[in-house]
Ligand binder design. Structure first.
Ligand code: ATP
Length: 378
């Protein structure tokens, strides 16, 4: 078991024309499970491959268990990687696939290797597959073998590169739980790459969220959900996505007013108002999560038209004409018709506010009293 430290890691391709990973620093604690998540092309696989020793960083250092491994060959790093495409040797049996890594990385004799393979196969419930060839296995079985092959080596660190992407939705969900259970039981430090924010939110102790090669935010799933540090993180985490609207920021005697054209305005007072006033911006992006948009039954609130009602079983998603793709997530018994005019409201404490230019968060979502004031609708 070991800590993993990335120190100002950078990776350029095409003679520096493409910066895939830009100054990424991250500390993964011993036994921690960190998911690295971000959209396609954000540099997450390249980061993982540098930790594995499959890519050489352009600059920066990588330490595993305190040892600087930056210049160490992949084979000499005590890490085991699990790939999306399983990467099993096609002409070896499951047993030979699992034992191969042990042969390369330990000086165990064949009896000891076989014993370890048997133990791990029992743990993974794949004992009956040990004599099969990979092409006789289903996708789910192949992935169990690939996991077993990583586990049998008892590495310091597990590296997972989108290991569940090729599996169907149901299998993916059960394998998520199983990977977490195994990692927890073994206590092995794990870094798990995925583009799927939902997977990242349900799996890791901590998320490391990347975009454009840059590490945007690290934190627990709750941290990044409730206190995104930027418009990117706010919009990336959560499904359906956070609603975002342009607002003018106007100073007021007791703080600031956030004005969305002539549809609504919010007053931010006290410390939150002071913080936004200090940022001295004329415009901002207001973020509100779909579950924080409440339909009011009375005359209070913001008037809006219902464009689409999408039932998803437990809830209804109401697409509202407050903005492009503006969604209220409401209980399934709230059932307006398309074209209805309804009134909605949200608490001031649920509002996120981002700098229109930099995307940086201007507010943290701490406690406070709701102070919505609707203005006349157009
Ligand atoms: P995905 O989920 O699509 O794999 P990712 O976040 O893992 O995306 P990377 O695979 O790390 O992203 O790629 C980051 C950037 O680096 C991309 O623009 C990619 O095209 C580029 N890239 C990756 N490997 C190479 C390479 N060997 N040569 C040139 N460019 C590369």
């Amino acid at each position: 078991m070991a800590t993993v430290t990335l120190d100002a890691l950078r990776k350029e391709f095409d003679s520096g024309r493409l910066v895939a990973v830009d100054d990424v620093s991250l500390e993964v604690a011993d036994g921690e499970f960190v998911t690295v998540v971000g959209p396609s092309g954000c540099g997450k696989s390249t980061t993982l491959r540098m930790i594995a020793g499959l890519e050489q960083p352009t600059s920066g250092r990588i330490r595993i268990g305190g040892e600087d491994v930056t210049d160490l060959h992949a084979r000499r790093r005590d890490v085991a990687m699990v790939f999306q495409n399983y990467a099993l040797y096609p002409h070896k049996t499951v047993r030979q696939n699992m034992a191969f890594g042990l042969r390369m990385s330990t000086d165990l004799g064949s009896d000891a290797r076989n014993r370890k393979v048997d133990e791990t196969a029992a743990m993974m419930d794949i004992e009956e597959l040990l004599d099969d060839q990979p092409d006789e296995l289903s996708g789910g079985q192949k992935q169990r073998v690939a996991l077993g092959r990583a586990i049998v080596r008892e590495p310091d660190v597990f590296l997972f590169d989108e290991p569940l992407s090729n599996l169907d939705a149901k299998l993916r969900t059960s394998m998520r739980t199983e990977i977490q259970r195994l990692q927890d039981e073994l206590g092995t430090t794990a870094i798990y790459v995925t583009h799927d924010q939902e997977e990242a939110m349900t799996m890791g102790d901590r998320l490391a969220i990347m975009n454009d090669g840059v590490l945007r935010q690290t934190g627990t799933p709750t941290d990044v959900y409730t206190t995104p540090n930027s418009e990117f993180v706010g919009g990336f985490v959560g499904s359906p996505s956070m609603n975002l609207l342009d607002v003018a920021v106007e100073s007021a005697a007791d703080g600031v007013r956030l004005v969305n054209e002539d549809r609504f305005e919010y007053r931010l007072t006290g410390e939150r108002g002071e913080r936004v006033a200090a940022a001295d911006v004329a415009t901002a992006r207001l973020g509100i999560r779909p579950e924080n948009v409440r339909v009011t039954g009375d005359r209070e609130g913001i008037e809006t038209g219902v464009e689409v009602v999408e039932p998803v079983g437990s809830d209804n998603y109401l697409y509202l004409d407050l903005g492009p793709e503006f969604i209220a997530r409401v209980a399934s018994d709230v059932e307006p018709e398309t074209g209805d005019i309804i009134r909605v409201t949200f608490n001031e404490t649920d509002i996120h506010l981002f700098d229109a230019a930099s995307g940086d968060a201007l507010l943290a979502t701490d406690a406070g009293e709701p102070t919505v004031t609707a203005t006349a609708s157009p």
